[in-house]
Design a protein around this ligand. Structure first.
Ligand code: AKB
Length: 316
């Protein structure tokens, strides 16, 4: 029987992934876990367990005791937060991955999902339509940890036969729970400010384009990748996934269609340097070919849903 463990379930991706997996496989097949003691509101009807991914014994006990088959390991420090605490970011992002890969290597887990990011790319990477295989010289500690993690995933697959699958997520846009500590977070913050104050001060420059994706597409991609037949998975580092590319100025213009008086100004901070080191758009032909990936949301469709659904009480 399939038994799925989501680690980092209280985060932006985790909350929605838990609900989607419960819908697909049934509540009894899904365990949501996070380092937070208190179960997040959105997961109050889920099977929630407190778990620290760095507690090797605790993770092993839970995986073995619950006969876990599939693990989605989402616990990580993102780009902006990782720059403030590089040593802990490295420990969390790498040791957490090893704890899961080693359990899979020893036969206690059948399938692993581990997220990578567009942060694996750097200033020397071709910026437009960044290919699946290209120059990768990341300049953030988050990007370095994701790039190293990708290589470890490929190694565990090649040498130990571990079925580990991964996506290089672009910036993710959602309304169920807030992102934390990323450079692309402006594209979520802007909706809360638009609804509450009808204005926003953006920490990224108006003309900096970044690849983004609406969460519903990202969740569908994640589950489709995990459910694809093993022989279709040709990339064991991590798959490029494109989504929607836009600048803050273009996003503001799309919001103005619904709120003509919406105002935006710009005060770029340290996150601007990170954003400038990342691609503007991503070539995801390989994912389209191997497991038939196709996004559903474009900029206007995403903006329409976000403005309707965002609840400013979550942030203010
Ligand atoms: C971040 O901005 O750090 C993340 C990412 C692109 O991985 N959203």
């Amino acid at each position: 029987m399939k038994k799925i463990l989501i680690i980092g379930a209280a985060g932006q991706i985790g909350t929605e992934l838990v609900l989607a997996l419960e819908k697909k496989f049934g509540k009894e097949s899904v365990i949501a876990s996070d380092v937070k003691e208190e179960c997040p509101k959105a997961l109050q009807n889920s099977n929630y367990k407190q778990l620290n991914i760095l507690d090797k014994e605790g993770v092993s006990k839970l995986v073995k005791g619950e006969n876990v088959t599939d693990v989605y390991l989402l616990a990580a420090l993102l780009s902006a937060t990782a720059e403030k605490n590089p040593a802990f970011a490295w420990e969390l992002n790498m040791d957490g991955l090893f704890n899961i890969l080693n359990l899979a290597k020893d036969g206690f887990i059948k399938k692993v999902f581990w997220p990578s990011s567009i942060a694996v790319f750097g200033p020397t990477t071709p910026k437009v339509n960044t290919p699946q295989r290209t120059i990768m010289e990341p300049t953030t500690i988050y990007g370095i940890s994701k790039q190293a993690g990708e290589q470890w995933c490929a190694y565990y697959n090649r040498v130990h036969g571990v079925d580990v699958r991964s996506i290089r997520y672009p910036g993710l846009i959602s309304y169920t729970s807030l992102p934390g500590g990323g450079t692309t977070d402006y594209a979520v913050d802007i909706f809360y400010h638009a609804k509450e104050y009808n204005k926003y001060t953006c920490f990224i420059d108006e003309n900096t384009a970044l690849p983004m994706m609406y969460m519903e597409d990202a969740i569908r991609a994640t589950i489709e990748l995990m459910e694809a037949p093993e022989e279709q998975i040709k990339i064991r580092t991590s798959y490029n996934l494109g989504g929607i590319s836009f600048t803050p100025k273009q996003l503001a213009a799309a919001i103005k269609i619904h709120q003509p008086n919406f105002g935006i100004d710009y005060a770029p901070d340290y996150r601007q340097t990170i954003a400038e080191s990342w691609p503007e758009s991503i070539d995801d032909q390989q994912a389209r070919k191997d497991w038939k990936w196709k996004e559903c949301y474009d900029l206007n469709k995403m903006v329409e849903v976000m403005l309707k659904k965002v609840d400013p009480k979550l942030l203010f």
